[in-house]
Design a protein around this ligand. Structure first.
Ligand code: ZN
Length: 261
């Protein structure tokens, strides 16, 4: 079913930063075995199909990364030590031993275009009607000997009541569809990332940035990916947060920008 209206009055926009394991030819797989690039270290298996399903259903823009997160991590700030990871799982990444000039070149070629285009679109939506930005990811079910059992994590800034309210409402809908869901799992929602970057720049009442983290135990397989995608789409279609997420008027948006709120 195609539905052009967003789920609750805000414009919806979807990003998928870690969509692809591909490495540009000129970077020669960064000197890594293909198995590393095709693992969770290289991209987020299953995330792109879910992001596409949401964007297609609501007929909204999807901004997706073209290249492996090991080329340049689109969900890290440009001054983050691991925006271009020098090591992965203790292994040297031969193609990522860059001096300052080469790092700047890498970022301007493979990081900045996505970030600038996505940020411009999100900022424009935030300033007109307000925006719900869903950033779709997947996580490995085992990390450092710890098993991560939940199916879905919803990441938000716990200091932002509108984001918390949205996550709680979405969680209720997903749990009703048989998925186990935790807020701010397996990561905190307010550490370095694209949504954190945007929160610092956009008015608090007109930007909601939520990361949806899906367990690769489910979504790395096609059947599980379809199950999670259809549950998320159905949950988003059901939500009506118009009462709890006020859409800012133009004047209110301008006022809150001026006051830095
Ligand atoms: Zn990710």
């Amino acid at each position: 079913m195609t539905r052009s209206a967003p789920p609750h009055g805000l414009q919806l926009l979807v990003t998928c930063e870690h969509a692809s394991p591909a490495v540009p030819k000129e970077l020669a797989d960064l000197g890594l075995p293909r198995a590393v690039l095709l693992s969770h270290r290289g991209f987020d298996p299953g995330a792109l199909g879910i992001a596409e399903a949401i964007a297609r259903t609501f007929a909204v823009p999807l901004h997706r990364g073209q290249w492996s997160r090991l080329v340049a991590d689109l969900n890290r700030s440009e001054d983050h030590a691991r925006v271009v990871a020098k090591r992965v799982d203790g292994r040297l990444v031969p193609g990522n031993q860059l001096d300052a000039a080469a790092l700047a070149q890498r970022l301007s070629t493979y990081w900045r275009p996505f970030r600038q285009q996505a940020e411009a679109a999100i900022a424009a939506a935030a300033r007109s009607t307000g925006v719900l930005h869903l950033s779709v990811h997947s996580f490995t079910p085992q990390l450092g000997g710890v098993e991560r059992r939940n199916d879905i994590g919803l990441l938000c800034d716990p200091q932002r009541p509108l984001e918390v309210a949205f996550c709680d409402a979405l969680k209720t809908e997903l749990v009703a569809r048989g998925l186990s869901v935790r807020r701010n799992f397996p990561y905190f929602g307010n550490t370095d990332g694209f949504t954190t970057h945007l929160r610092a720049r956009l008015p608090v009442r007109s930007y909601l940035g939520i990361e949806i983290e899906c367990n690769q135990r489910l979504v790395a397989k096609a059947a599980g990916e379809r199950k999670v995608a259809s549950a998320l789409v159905a949950a988003l279609q059901t939500l009506d947060l118009a009462a709890s997420v006020p859409v800012p008027t133009q004047r209110a948006a301008r006022r809150s920008e001026r006051s830095g709120r």
